[in-house]
Design a protein around this ligand. Structure first.
Ligand code: NDP
Length: 442
């Protein structure tokens, strides 16, 4: 049996019942084969065995009291995956679907994504199966304080620096930061995505969505195309989707669809983002309300946004949201570029279909690295005790996304095919971490 096959079998046996984690591991191991086979040092140093096993996995009870006075209990997670090139770094997800498999897949992906940014950050991820939907501000605060009461002992500005993800935005980060400060008596950059008044970075909120559009524009330009005049469909209507929509529109695209977990909207005139932001960022409402307010829009509570004809698709909601059938429909309708804003939104069947059809496909590790990049810039500003302007951070973000595109593209050309950005991103991300692991010994 080959080294890679051997490790895949061991990981599968050891992590039975963790389908998302195994999906992420298999994709990486399958695509980095040319590099692994080119140098026996990887096997001698057990790099694959080590990189697929987290440094530690912390699971804890999160008790909190709801508005009726009843005690509730959720499960909290922090997986510190790999710190070969910097402190663990990765978001916190609050969603009822959260389990160890999901946190491990996200933490594993984060190792390679963070490496691709060129910044000194390792990989980690965390969260809870708490459902923030429909909770009052007081309930959110009670949960966040309890969650941080345990998490605080495991993190630190030079150890592990969490950030937001699904269900965790500025409000949640604020409550968690306040609790960390109270417990540790330390004013340090232990979380990113903080409010501007207390150490946050300008452009962090926009960074993942903007970064996605910047790297897709780089990919399009490399093939003589651009966003200008194109029709785009975006899934989700959260942080990533909103700012991807804003930047795609700024570059001249017409975005015609957005969604949430209940349904999706189609607006033939192009999405009015001010209305979406009012519903989602201010009122914390449902995307359905858009169709009540904008006459040109339709709301659908069945099917998916992927049935809408488009040139460019940007999945920005959640994992495995584009199935093989969805990909086939997008291809039939003429899609020519896909950029993954969410983590692992395309199933393996969908990726294969896109690549076979010659669709330009930028995978999440590269495409959504803008968020963690600006998080790392937030860490730098905190260490310097300085704050940069929006324009300065945005310029750095553009440069970082261009750097990621170049590294991904070079690795694809060297080890796979020129447009196999999946292999390119995995290889470019892997090599740097593996080199650091070998240099540092066991
Ligand atoms: P938000 O919570 O702000 O928004 C998530 C959006 O996706 C919402 O519209 C939500 O709908 C929808 N959604 C979530 N889960 C599901 C589901 N199971 N089925 C259908 N729709 C769903 O999260 P973000 O925008 O921050 O994150 C979106 C994706 O981007 C995630 O995969 C995340 O890991 C990834 N990402 C985020 C980064 C960031 O900086 N925020 C950085 C890098 C990646 P509803 O409101 O109905 O739940």
């Amino acid at each position: 049996m080959s080294y890679i096959q051997d490790v895949k079998s061991t990981v599968a046996a050891r992590n039975a019942g963790q389908p998302e984690f195994l999906q992420a591991v298999n994709e990486v191991l399958d695509t980095i084969r040319p590099v692994i086979e080119s140098d026996p040092a990887y096997e001698r140093n057990a790099i694959l065995e080590r990189i697929t096993e987290p440094d530690r996995q912390i699971i804890f009870r999160v008790p909190w009291t709801d508005d009726s006075g009843k005690m509730r209990v959720n499960r909290g997670f922090r997986v510190q995956f790999n710190n070969a090139i910097g402190p663990y770094k990765g978001g916190l997800r609050l969603h009822p679907s959260v389990n160890l498999s999901i946190i491990k897949f996200l933490g594993f992906e984060q190792i390679f994504k963070n490496s691709l940014t060129g910044l000194p950050i390792g990989g980690g991820k965390g969260g809870s199966d708490f459902d923030p939907k429909g909770k009052s501000d007081r309930e959110i605060r009670a949960f966040c304080q309890s969650f941080m009461t345990e998490l605080a002992r495991h993190i630190g500005a030079d150890t592990d620096v969490p950030a937001g993800d699904i269900g965790v935005g500025g409000r949640e980060i604020g409550f968690m930061y306040g609790q960390y400060k109270r417990i540790k008596n330390l004013y340090e950059g232990v979380l990113t995505g903080k409010g501007i008044a207390y150490g946050g970075s300008l452009a962090r909120t926009e960074a993942t969505g903007y970064g996605l559009v910047y790297i897709v524009e780089n990919m399009l330009n490399a093939h003589g195309k651009s966003f200008k005049g194109k029709t785009a469909v975006i899934s989700g209507s959260g942080n990533v989707a909103i700012y991807a929509c804003q930047k795609a529109q700024a570059l001249g695209a017409k975005v015609v669809a957005l969604s949430d977990s209940n349904g999706w909207i189609y607006d033939k005139n192009g999405i009015d983002l001010d209305v979406v932001r009012q519903i989602k960022e201010v009122e914390r409402g449902r995307i359905k309300e858009y169709a009540d307010r904008v006459k040109s829009a339709e709301y659908h509570d069945s099917g998916k946004v992927w049935q809408v004809k488009c040139d460019i698709a940007l999945p920005c909601a959640t994992q495995n949201e584009i199935s093989g059938d969805d990909a086939a429909l997008l291809i039939k309708n003429g899609v020519f570029a896909v950029g993954e804003g969410a983590n692992m939104p395309s199933t393996p069947e969908a990726i294969e279909a896109f690549q076979k059809a010659g669709v330009l496909f930028m995978p999440a590790k590269a495409a959504n690295a803008g968020g963690v990049s600006v998080s790392a810039l937030e860490m730098s500003q905190n260490s310097l005790r300085l704050g940069w302007t929006f324009e300065e951070v945005d310029e750095r973000l553009k440069g970082i996304m261009k750097g990621i595109f170049d590294k991904t593209s070079e690795a694809a050309q060297k080890y796979a095919t020129p447009t196999d950005y999946v292999s390119g991103a995995n290889i470019a991300g892997f090599v740097k971490v593996a080199e650091a692991m070998i240099a540092q010994g066991v």
